[in-house]
Write a protein that binds this ligand. Structure first.
Ligand code: SAM
Length: 235
């Protein structure tokens, strides 16, 4: 798969409101304090752990790892450009391992290894929180070909959820909902920049056709709910 670079590049996913609502959601799931050690796997520009660092001023800065090093990764965290499987072999221990919208990049066996290593990298009472797009009735605005690719990827995610359940066993589920209101113009820019992995392998022609479809299908302001399934595991 080609590399994803614009996921959180000035999109609602990097907006102050999104990050603050997301971190409020985290707060209800895990007790963080100055001594908490955090690892964000597939951190992108590290907006989430950067905001957490500002709030909690952790003694050990949160670590964010990603296979892509974006030039505007947040500076108040420790960023490492490295694949998750390689990094987790160090077996350092964390209180929170966050894996947000990243599992779909792994093969089935890769995900098994990831979960295995992540469990071994947890402190006593540590938590793994996995976030992934909800698979049923997903509201992300799409053109036809994009929807087809997205549905295919969400079907595969359901298989990955089964792997997570078999591997982690003691898990609980909740949903994180974010109400998005975005201008059509901005959303078209996101599509052009291939913000989501179901757009990565499309030709320019397919993207341009899709944009015409979005132009005629949606009003000037696009509103929808972005829902993530949250899978929580506690050691
Ligand atoms: C959809 S983005 C999510 C970014 C961020 N977690 C967020 O929610 O805003 C997925 C990220 O996972 C990264 N990624 C993919 N495979 C990875 C791997 N094996 N190890 C570490 N990061 C990976 C991608 O480069 C990308 O930045």
């Amino acid at each position: 798969m080609k590399r994803l670079k614009n996921w959180d590049n000035k999109t609602w996913l990097s907006s102050i409101t999104y990050i603050s609502q997301f971190n409020k959601f985290l707060k209800n799931r895990i007790n963080l304090n100055k001594n908490s050690k955090i690892l964000d796997i597939g951190c992108g520009r590290a907006n989430i752990i950067s905001a957490l660092q500002k709030k909690y001023k952790f003694r050990k800065k949160p670590i964010g790892i990603d296979i892509v090093a974006n030039k505007d990764v947040k500076k108040n965290i420790v960023f490492k450009k490295i694949g998750a499987l390689k990094y987790l072999k160090r077996q350092e221990k964390y209180d929170l391992i966050l894996i947000k919208q990243t599992i779909h990049f792994f093969s089935k066996s890769g995900l098994n290894r990831l979960l295995n290593l992540a469990q071994k990298s947890l402190n006593n009472k540590g938590k793994i929180l996995i976030f992934s797009l909800k698979t049923k009735n997903n509201k992300i605005p799409c053109f036809k070909k994009m929807r087809k690719n997205l549905e295919k990827s969400l079907k595969r995610d359901e298989v990955l959820f089964k792997i997570i359940k078999n591997n982690l066993k003691k898990i609980s589920y909740t949903n994180f909902n974010f109400k998005v209101s975005i201008s059509k113009q901005k959303y078209i820019r996101m599509i052009k920049e291939r913000y989501i992995s179901c757009l990565l392998n499309m030709s320019n022609k397919e993207i341009n056709l899709g944009i015409s479809e979005i132009k005629s299908k949606y009003k000037n302001q696009i509103k929808f709910t972005d829902t993530l399934k949250c899978i929580s595991y506690r050691k």
